[in-house]
Design a binder for this molecule. Structure first.
Ligand code: 5AD
Ligand code: SF4
Length: 488
């Protein structure tokens, strides 16, 4: 969004008039309205009011949180990192049961803060709120929560926060089952000035049988390429050098557009943007990863040498039960094609252990794929039974002790092969985008190579946001220690 035109719009809003119907103008109106209300409350309190948005879960949620922070800052809240703030908003995840448990656990602590602070408001949003049983439980046992909204109306956050400020004694609940609107053209508070996520699509149509995402995020919706390109151009003008294109399954991008465009063609347009140095994307479903995409990745060095390619299981039988629509063999063949075209690529993955019906032989197939592919790193998960998904009602759930034992064996293998694989760059010179001063040692800075591997090397804060060439001296498991050669 162009800042000047936004300022002009905001300054012309008259909050005594009814709210406009069209978005995003309606939200601009409520930002202004909430801003005035907050200023009154703040004056009475004799201090500025603070907020903290806490993110659970994936990159999509992280990006949504940046948008929520942008709105709250525009309303006039000051950002803090502690949870004894005047507004605490949990942006929740529900992909695994322990994510839900953690939220309930932390709500107890928030309640104790709220008892001491009459201005405090607690809000909950995100995927977990799309589950009926969660909202029922909150209504019954967590009455102190002020605001609950879901994934389909996050674009309405300003309106809902304005309502909550007007009615601090109510529990405001707004959950929708779908929406045509996306959360665009609203203020954003980026975590890093030099890199940003960019949503290219929302939702998922795959219905993997263990996964709750299609139920809580809804059907797949792609944004128009022109909107995406304009957003990235705006980000680049604002100092961004690296973007991560975000979608649950970026490889099916564009299929539902009026004029369908493939993900590979979108990428080709994105790499043409002047001033943009790196493009990443997340997540790729193996069933939809096209040869066209591999070709485009190989052709343009701006596209990062990293692919996150969730395996979930190495057993063709389990993959079939999971509704993943690829086999062990087709996955391995895909990896071969990728490596033949882009030999230095880093591959990472997600693996689930203990899916219902998984036998020892099925599990050995998973270990076999890990041995063969040699991932740089892998996220390993114990299967979590999500009510409402087909897998939750399957009878042959694997006993806990068996799952635990398999999980430990998988983790050991993933760590061993990950270490070996990551170390292959030792002694090379690589470009690193510097992200921050090292948290443990202030004489070092920390950044990432384009393959997403972390590098620490001597330097200071003036390097943050720059791409510099670093000699990789030593690999320590999943990261490198190096020293700087020159600035690019
Ligand atoms: N149990 C365990 N892991 C899951 N994931 C998704 N659903 C479940 C579940 N029910 C994992 C998948 C996915 C990642 C984001 O979370 O591996 O790729
Ligand atoms: Fe879930 Fe499968 Fe969609 Fe990924 S592709 S979000 S695992 S349903």
């Amino acid at each position: 969004m162009n800042n000047q035109s936004y300022e002009q719009i905001i300054s012309s809003i008259d909050t005594r008039k009814p709210a406009p119907e069209n978005e995003p103008f309606r939200q601009y109106y409520f930002i202004e309205r909430a801003r005035r209300r907050l200023a009154e409350i703040s004056e009475r309190a004799g201090r500025p009011l603070t907020f903290n948005v806490v993110t659970f879960g994936c990159q999509m949620n992280a990006r949504d949180s940046e948008k929520l922070r942008g709105i709250l800052e525009e309303i006039g809240y000051r950002k803090v990192e502690t949870e004894d703030a005047d507004l605490v908003l949990y942006n929740t995840c529900t992909v695994r049961e322990n994510a839900n448990t953690r939220v309930y656990g932390r709500l107890g602590k928030l309640h104790s803060y709220k008892k001491k602070n009459p201005h405090m408001m607690i809000g909950l949003c995100g995927c977990m709120m799309q589950e009926d049983h969660v909202v029922t439980k909150l209504k019954e046992s967590y009455r102190f929560v002020n605001l609950i909204f879901g994934t389909h109306n996050i674009y309405k956050a300003a309106e809902l926060i304005s309502e909550a400020l007007d009615h601090p004694d109510r529990m405001i609940i707004d959950i929708r089952q779908s929406s045509d609107r996306m959360m665009e053209q609203l203020p954003v508070d980026r975590k890093y000035p030099f890199k940003s996520g960019v949503n290219i699509m929302y939702g998922c149509n795959n219905f993997c049988s263990y996964c709750i995402v299609p139920y809580v995020r809804g059907r797949e919706k792609s944004r128009e390429p022109i909107e995406i390109i304009q957003e990235i151009e705006g980000l680049v003008a604002d100092g961004v050098r690296e973007v991560m294109l975000l979608g649950q399954n970026v490889n099916s991008y564009g299929k539902t557009l009026e004029n369908p465009v493939s993900f590979a063609r979108l990428l080709e347009q994105v790499v043409q943007i002047d001033g943009l140095d790196r493009v990443r994307f997340m997540t790729s479903h193996p069933k939809d990863l096209s040869d066209e995409l591999i070709e485009v990745m190989a052709k343009y060095p701006k596209i990062c040498r990293h692919l996150h390619l969730p395996l979930q299981s190495g057993s063709t039988k389990i993959l079939k039960d999971m509704n993943r629509r690829y086999t062990k063999e087709s996955y391995l063949a895909l990896v071969d094609r990728i490596r033949a075209a882009i030999p230095d690529i880093s591959l990472t993955t997600d693996i689930i252990v203990g899916y219902p019906g998984e036998t020892e032989d099925d599990f050995l197939e998973t270990l076999d794929v890990v041995e063969k592919v040699r991932y740089d790193s892998a996220f390993t998960f114990i299967y979590s039974r999500r009510s409402g998904t087909p897998a939750a009602s399957m009878e042959d759930q694997v006993p806990e002790d068996v799952v635990k034992d398999r999980f430990d064996r998988l983790l050991a293998l993933v760590q061993k092969t990950g270490r070996e694989q990551t170390s292959r760059f030792t002694g090379q010179d690589k470009d690193v985008l510097v992200e921050q001063v090292n948290e443990q040692d202030e004489s070092l800075v920390t950044g990432r190579m384009d393959n997403n591997i972390v590098v620490h090397f001597p330097g200071d804060g003036s390097l943050i946001g720059k791409i510099v060439t670093v000699h990789l001296d030593e690999c320590h498991g999943f990261y490198y220690m190096g020293h700087r050669i020159e600035t690019v």
